[in-house]
Design a protein around this ligand. Structure first.
Ligand code: NAI
Ligand code: MG
Length: 357
């Protein structure tokens, strides 16, 4: 039997709650489709940090290395500064494993009502491709004159040709593969003097290799407005680490909740494991209440299956999510306007997986 080893890092807050549901879904779908999934659990979190002074052990990356994929919940919790938790766990994994593509689908699922527009008319179905290793998220910089009126902070954004070109090429290839060759670049070359004109330039040069892909570019500010006003015009949007991060919360926000949004951190060359996680964080405001929406985590698990080559199983999970959300009386969590618990929505999806058409 085909079998895969999955590293499971539930993390903090609702990360642990939504992970439970995703693992139930994975167990069920793998037995339906006849392959094995071996889960190895790593309880690295802000709790670990409080006990040990580290988010993960010194050899944490090495312990993850031999897995076929990593499924992550969310990290970060009040009491540990966010930059410590993020840079102690999530960002090292993305960078050490050269997961340079962050791929984030934005889709209006059945039963969801977009908050801003008439639901019937909104056709929201696009992908955000985010550069995931450099750019604005950098440790380059410093602070001097702390506490004085001369205090000064410098934060340097770095963009290499290697990383810029490879994410742009990935986005062009992805647009092609999707069969909707229409790629938008998120830029800000009017205000940011060096780096964004550079992105425009690389985008223009690489687009010459893809004459079949229609291109456009938008400054990030108006692009945000267009995500809200005309979401139907987008198929694939590519952006830097920061712009991609912002757009991939805004996109799902426009569909009604970020609780359903998944993401994949991909090492396309498959030299290292890729990592799958919801877009949302640990949601301390609702953690422990059992009301978090598990769909972002479950959809991330479906993307993990696609990446493993189990596309049929991944598509089946998506159908189960859509069937449940589209059915009358679905057990919806509060973010979707219902009163159901995380486990009730999870169970409905697990049950729908059993009903193979
Ligand atoms: P957040 O995504 O955790 O929460 C934002 C809002 O969305 C909250 O009101 C929350 O209740 C709601 N929400 C999020 N996921 C939900 C779900 N599945 N179901 C229902 N409602 C949901 O973002 P926030 O508050 O900015 O960050 C909280 C912590 O999470 C911080 O420590 C932050 O650093 C961390 N974080 C971690 C991420 C990761 O692990 N990839 C990503 C974003 C934030
Ligand atoms: Mg984010």
């Amino acid at each position: 039997m085909r079998s895969y080893e999955i590293a499971v890092v539930p993390g903090d807050g609702i990360g642990t709650e939504v992970m439970t549901e995703a693992l139930r879904v994975l167990d069920r779908v793998s037995s339906e489709f006849g392959f094995g999934l071996k889960f190895r659990h790593f309880d690295w979190s802000c709790e670990t940090y409080r006990k040990t002074g580290r988010m993960m052990p010194e050899d944490g990356i090495d312990r993850l290395r031999d897995h076929d994929s990593i499924l992550l919940g969310a990290v970060g919790f009040p009491g540990v500064p966010d930059h410590i938790s993020l840079w102690g766990l999530l960002i090292p994994i993305r960078r050490e494993f050269d997961q340079y593509v962050s791929l984030r689908p934005v889709r209006l699922l059945p039963g969801l009502t977009p908050p801003l527009r008439d639901g019937a008319s909104a056709d929201v179905d696009f992908w955000v491709v985010r550069e995931n290793t450099e750019g604005e998220y950098s440790q380059v910089g410093g602070r001097q004159g702390t506490g004085t009126d001369q205090e000064m902070v410098v934060q340097v954004a770095t963009f290499t040709r290697r990383a810029t070109d490879r994410i742009l090429r990935y986005a062009f290839d992805f647009s092609r593969g999707l069969g909707r060759p229409n790629l938008t670049l998120a830029t800000k070359s009017n205000g940011i003097y060096h780096s964004m004109p550079y992105w425009d330039e690389r985008f223009a040069e690489i687009s010459a290799e893809y004459p079949d892909v229609a291109t456009s570019q938008e400054h990030i500010d108006i692009l945000c407005a267009k995500f809200v006003l005309q979401p139907e015009r987008f198929d694939v949007v590519v952006g830097s680490n920061l712009f991609g991060d912002i757009l991939s919360d805004l996109g799902p926000g426009v569909t009604g909740t970020i609780g359903v949004a998944p993401s994949a951190n991909i090492n396309p060359e498959r030299v290292h494991p890729s990592m799958f996680e919801p877009v949302h964080g640990s949601a301390p405001d609702i953690a422990g209440q059992g009301i978090a929406n598990p769909i972002g985590q479950i959809w991330s698990a479906a993307m993990l299956l696609d990446h493993l080559g189990e596309e049929e199983a991944g598509a089946h999970v998506m159908r189960a999510i859509e069937t449940v959300l589209g059915s009358a009386g679905a057990p919806l969590t509060p973010d979707l306007g219902g009163r159901a618990a995380t486990g009730e929505l999870g169970s409905a999806i697990v049950n729908a997986i059993g009903e193979r058409g």
